[in-house]
Write a protein that binds this ligand. Sequence first.
Ligand SMILES: N[C@@H](CCC(=O)N[C@@H](CS)C(=O)NCC(=O)O)C(=O)O
Length: 209
Amino acid sequence: MLQLYFWPMACSLASRITLMEAGIEARYHLVHLWKKKVIEDDTDFWAVSPKGAVPVLVLENGERLTENAAVLQYIADLRPEFGLAPPPGDPDRYRLQEWLSFVGTEIHKAFLFPTFWYKDQAANAIARERIGKNVSVAAEHLDDRQYLVGERFTVADAYLAWSLLLLGRGGVDVASWPSLVSYLDRIQGRPRVKAAIEAERQIYKTLMA
Ligand SMILES: N[C@@H](CCC(=O)N[C@@H](CS)C(=O)NCC(=O)O)C(=O)O
């Protein structure tokens, strides 16, 4: 069985969404991201992954796969019938990779800076402006489309939707882009996406109580 190391509402949520959309059962290991400990048995998370970051997907053969873009495509390719990624060789597969890279490097990583690392207000303002420009690229793309790639939900949507849910923490309000508000409603309206988010919100609430 696949295993996923996660922290609730962190980017590993995109992997949970993808597993659930693909109907794949997995074992989920909760990691305390600050303490770098696997909560169930106090294992040192650095020993699980020298990157110290989620997601970590343990494959059926015991190998560990990291990096959202790789993990999401791996899961999608296990169940090609769900169309969560265009098949290898399809020109849209490169569009998918284009979006996964953009969301990962220009949105996800960008909003972590003002959220957690910059104390300086001027630096924060510059970071927020930059994130806003990047988010606008996705918003304009979605002005006349339902999904990022092709005509159906893919792992790029799982990753972008998670980013949009967390964007407020970087001081950027999704409400400024009507196309993103309706996109997020559409993605969150998917029963399995909803269930994945709900599951992680509950875990988060319990942890923070
Ligand atoms: N490059 C990695 C980044 C993953 C990442 O930033 N994960 C965050 C959670 S959203 C994390 O685990 N951060 C812990 C840390 O950096 O200490 C990827 O794309 O998967």
